[in-house]
Write a protein that binds this ligand. Structure first.
Ligand SMILES: [Zn+2]
Length: 128
């Protein structure tokens, strides 16, 4: 199937139709870059893509999770990853890594700790 790709940001089918005078152009929805002018024959196809994108978005919005639940899920995931890394540090596989890799993993670990703290703080101070 034919697709529209933004040459600037690489987005695929993230498009919108904008009328400029007598012409209608396809623009990237994400970065606003002009992609091409669309003739009458192509208009139907472009509209189909836009409509199917819109229905995907509304499907996402219909998922019965609140913003807070999504932050909680994120917190659970980051905590899980942090714990896995913690255990990994105790393994012989970790012991064989280069000093650079160990340094990067330790940075990653500290950032995850910080990130977890921020997420916990956000949940504590949650405003609907
Ligand atoms: Zn773009």
């Amino acid at each position: 199937m034919k697709q529209y790709e933004c040459k600037k940001c690489g987005a695929v089918n993230d498009i919108e139709l904008v009328t400029k005078g007598t012409q209608t152009g396809l623009y990237c929805k994400l970065c606003g870059t002009w992609i091409k002018w669309v003739g009458k024959d192509e208009m139907m196809f472009a509209e189909q893509i836009i409509n199917s994108n819109n229905s995907n978005e509304s499907k996402l919005n219909n998922q019965k999770t609140t913003a807070k639940e999504r932050v909680e899920a994120e917190l659970a995931e980051v905590t899980d990853r942090k714990n896995k890394l913690y255990y990994f540090v105790g393994t012989s596989k970790y012991a064989k890594l280069s000093a650079k890799s160990k340094e990067l993993l330790s940075k990653q670990y500290n950032i995850m700790l910080e990130y977890i703290k921020v997420l916990l703080d956000r949940l504590d101070n949650w405003e609907e």
